[in-house]
Design a protein around this ligand. Sequence first.
Ligand SMILES: [Zn+2]
Length: 158
Amino acid sequence: MEEECCPNIDLKKWNNKEIEWKNKVFYSRPLYLFLHIPLNMESAITKGYAALTAKGYKMEEPAMILEKENGLFTGEVLFNIKKGKNLDRKVKTISGKFLAKAIKGEYKDAGKVVRQVIDAVNKRRGNLPDEVYCWFANCPKCAKKQGGVKIIAFARLE
Ligand SMILES: [Zn+2]
């Protein structure tokens, strides 16, 4: 049998869990959206991956590529890379506590899981989170083998 390229992540370990990031390092690339739908996700991932490899940056394991919306029309693709020296200005660190919601479904379910995590944070804190990230935790090929697209949404708690 052909080996899977994405790890078979156990969503139970992520769903409804509080996650703390301490100076997690991300390489950022712009993403253009139309009403929450990324228009250039694939090319942003391909170009971003090529650019960070050219700079000698290495992805953390498991490979985490996040999508973040900054408004209706713009967002970012964030590649979780290993910490290092001489990181350029496209590299940012993210710290804080996040609530995660995880589902297995189709790409179009991203909006659903994002709404779930926003509602959950809103219930806890009494206001909406100002940062939400979406992790597509397997590639389309592995999604077929693993019974669906794994989507984990993170919303900032504090
Ligand atoms: Zn894969």
